[in-house]
Design a protein around this ligand. Structure first.
Ligand code: CMP
Length: 159
């Protein structure tokens, strides 16, 4: 039940100065940050990360958007980390994301609007969609030595 998940603060989140706020929300729940880096990925890497969306009509925009500036990627560990990270993040389309979630609190556009404008959906953040996706994404974004095992005070009270 202890899982790891990959979270990425996308270029809109970094440029809006939301990295600290977003990290705080994960840390507050007791999810443990086990790896973190700022990277400006290229199209080849973005295409690999989003390979499951290759056939989607918005694939090109997705790749353009995630490569338009640096992102902050971090791996979190905890009980049902994949599901818990997705709950904190909220629905893919910010206009459907509940208040209290990261997308619901800091964005409001719809994917329909983004598609109409020919833009990538600026939804601030990515979190792995399944355990398998999380394992694959963490392998893609982090080398073994960049992930760390340590004990947090939360483990006594939250895990
Ligand atoms: P993310 O969690 O990074 O995973 C896939 C991404 O595809 C998603 O966030 C959105 O940014 C993007 N996306 C999903 N649906 C659409 C859409 N209809 N138009 C544009 N982008 C989309």
């Amino acid at each position: 039940m202890i899982e790891r998940s990959l979270v990425i603060v996308k270029p809109d989140g970094v440029e809006r100065g939301l990295v600290g706020e977003i990290l705080r929300r994960f840390e507050n729940t007791g999810l443990k940050i086990v790896g973190m880096k700022m990277v400006w990925i290229d199209s080849k890497f973005a295409e690999e990360h989003y390979k499951a969306h290759k056939s989607k009509p918005f694939f090109r925009e997705l790749v353009e958007f995630i490569t338009e500036g640096p992102v902050v990627a971090f791996a979190v560990e905890g009980v049902h980390a994949v599901e818990n990270a997705r709950r904190l993040v909220g629905s893919t389309s910010p206009h459907e994301a509940a208040p209290g979630t990261i997308r619901g609190d800091f964005a409001h556009l719809s994917m329909a609007y983004a598609s109409k404008k020919g833009l990538g959906g600026k939804n601030l953040i990515h979190a792995s969609g399944s355990k398998k996706e999380a394992d694959d994404e963490i392998k893609l974004w982090f080398k073994k030595g960049e992930l760390h095992s340590y004990t947090t005070v939360h483990e006594k009270h939250v895990f």
